[in-house]
Design a protein around this ligand. Sequence first.
Ligand code: ZN
Length: 495
Amino acid sequence: MESALLELRARLAEVSDVSRAAGVLGWDQRVTMPPRGTEARAQQLSTLGRIAHERFTDPEIGRLLDRAEPLVESLPYDADDRSLVRVTRRDWEKARRVPAELRAEMTLQAARGHHAWVEARRTSDFASFLPYLETNVELKRRYVECFEWSDSPYTPLLDDYEPGMLTSEVREVFAVLGPALAELVASAPEIDASFLRSGFAPDAQRAFSERVLGTMGFDGEAWRLDPTAHPFCTSFSNRDVRLTTRYHPDNLESLWSTMHEAGHGLYAHGIADSLSRSPLAGAPSLGLNESQSRTWENLVGRGRPFWEHWYGPLQEHFPSLEGIELDRFVRAVNRAEPGLIRVDADETTYSLHIILRFELEQELLEGTIPLEELPEVWNARMKELLGVDVPDDAHGVLQDVHWSGGGIGYFPTYALGNVISLQIWDVVRRALPDLDEQLAAGDLLPLSDWLRDNLYALGRKLTPQETIERLTGSPAIDPAPYLAYLGDKIASLAA
Ligand code: ZN
């Protein structure tokens, strides 16, 4: 291999090593670290973050890219080396646009904002959080100024999570989703789920979840599952995937939450070995990553075929389900019920919570809503969108962590993930005509293998649009399959 390419790879591998090491510290902080470790850990993470950023934005990377570009030109578009050079060029140019002081200020204020938010949410005191929110929004406006945009100042923020996507494109998707979802929610029947509200010993939940995880297609020595306060998934290589969950004895939610994180985990696990220690070892966007967590959580984990196999074992783990028929169980875990809290929302109402946040974020950024009026606006729109009355700010505008750390632009990816999951699912169904029979026999491997070979293995070689096009034949994000799926689901519940 030519020396410029070798040198580029070596430097990028170092950046990846430093970032993954920071990831280990971050995982430890959230899973095993004693609380008094917080201060020193923040410094360690900030040091590693700075080193990784400096190494990556080094002008020498630019010179190596200049030399490497002609060397890879004749390779196929999706060849590892050509993709590496192309994607690194894009990442490098973007990372260098933001001045180091602004980046440092954003990191610092995000930490302060997070701290203030924890306390404000606990006491439901929006006023105490307001100054931190003002600072973080102002910093985001300065960040946006580092970039050009064609349609909305929101686009550069969105681009951090959904590369190449325009705000106007999200608006178009949501303009179709919003009214259609509201109509579906209104037509959803009430379903008795009282038997899902007690009797689930955490030990049994863990044992059952691990049994399911063992069949999802992970190499048995490449993952682990640990309890934590706010579940997440991370990975330190495609052979070291860390899943986390939380158990509540009064419900079974940990099961779907674990399958959700395992979907993220399978993505990380399936990335081709040849992309290890490079910027290509990830998913192309948060929306695509989320499409897979949603696939395993909902399309698999709430589907009747899956439960035809797993409901018997579930009843063995949880005697409280004895006497509850499979049909009744499946209806209950697929019910649609408007509520106040996004993270507790069902599949049908979930994206409505996101649409609210997407609209508010654009207005915050553009300054069309005074920040101090945010709680009133939030409550009024929750009433409009979901028909619920917000009792206090802890259950309203203060419920999510994202804005406390300046994470504006992130929310839409959740709803886009839902939409994309069905676009891909339609393709999977055509490729695997016996999928339902396989799921009903407890055989998740044909699905897992297909997704790995056709999607996960690609890593970040292609853009999100190119990845979706490779799978579905069109680069567009199309809400029709998602709405058709939910429509069928609500209709079957009513039957
Ligand atoms: Zn997720």
